[in-house]
Ligand binder design. Structure first.
Ligand code: TZP
Ligand code: MG
Length: 216
């Protein structure tokens, strides 16, 4: 697996967008297309169902050398031995965690990512020493309804101030990707624009190509 600092494209097996597709097959397509990380996001699934999904997707990622990241359920993630876990502000700070090590164990048994929606949240999150932060939603998105867009201003703030790897996320598609990259993003998370594409692997390849072109 790539060091997180060297990663570019973070994609998702989000159950909302599977539409009956096999999660392992979708994970394979995401990996084939050049994803560096694949997050399992199963917001409406029971823990049992999440376990089944994780057990299907994790070996696909392992085989491809891609980071598997579990959204939520950090204790369960540690039991399962997943490489990464992602938590929202409320999952982390409102649950009483103050340091990443409280989630990941010491020495760490997995990597941790935290969502942030404003500069003060990013500053507080970075003090907790996670492995990466997410910056978003940059644009309004149906994947996270009701969450106001943080705009490209927050991406520019992250480009100037973030001291750990960070990913722009939220409403990013091939039409607005260049504006996100021009604002300073070097790593991007994409959910619906890839899962709704006619060819998932091709969509990943195109995102990856455009990111690499801008970073070169
Ligand atoms: N966190 C901030 S925006 C978002 C999450 C999980 C959803 C991103 O999904 P999409 O479909 O790429 O806008
Ligand atoms: Mg969460």
């Amino acid at each position: 697996m790539q060091p997180l600092a060297a990663t570019r494209l973070y994609t998702f097996v989000d159950t909302t967008y599977l539409m009956g597709r096999d999660p392992a097959e979708v994970a394979r397509q995401l990996c084939d297309g050049g994803s560096d990380l694949v997050q399992l996001r199963a917001k409406h699934s029971s823990l049992d169902e999440t376990r089944r999904l994780a057990e299907a997707v994790l070996p696909v990622c392992e085989k491809a050398g891609v980071w598997f990241v579990l959204n939520d359920h950090p204790k369960f993630g540690r039991q399962l031995g997943v490489p990464g876990c992602h938590l929202g502000q409320e999952d982390f700070f409102a649950t009483g965690y103050r340091t990443a090590a409280q989630v990941t164990g010491c020495p760490p048994q997995m990597r941790l990512g935290l969502s942030t929606h404003a500069p003060d949240q990013a500053v507080r999150a970075m003090r907790a020493a996670p492995d990466y932060i997410a910056i978003g939603p940059v644009f309004p998105t149906g994947t996270k309804p009701g969450r106001p867009a943080v705009t490209l201003d927050y991406v520019r703030w992250a480009a100037a101030n973030a001291t750990i790897p960070w990913f722009a996320i939220g409403g990013i598609n091939l039409d607005n990707l260049d504006s996100v990259l021009a604002a300073g993003a070097r790593r991007v998370c994409v959910v619906s624009a890839i899962l709704n594409a006619p060819d998932v692997a091709d969509a990943c390849r195109e995102f990856r190509r455009r990111i690499e072109q801008s970073v070169a």
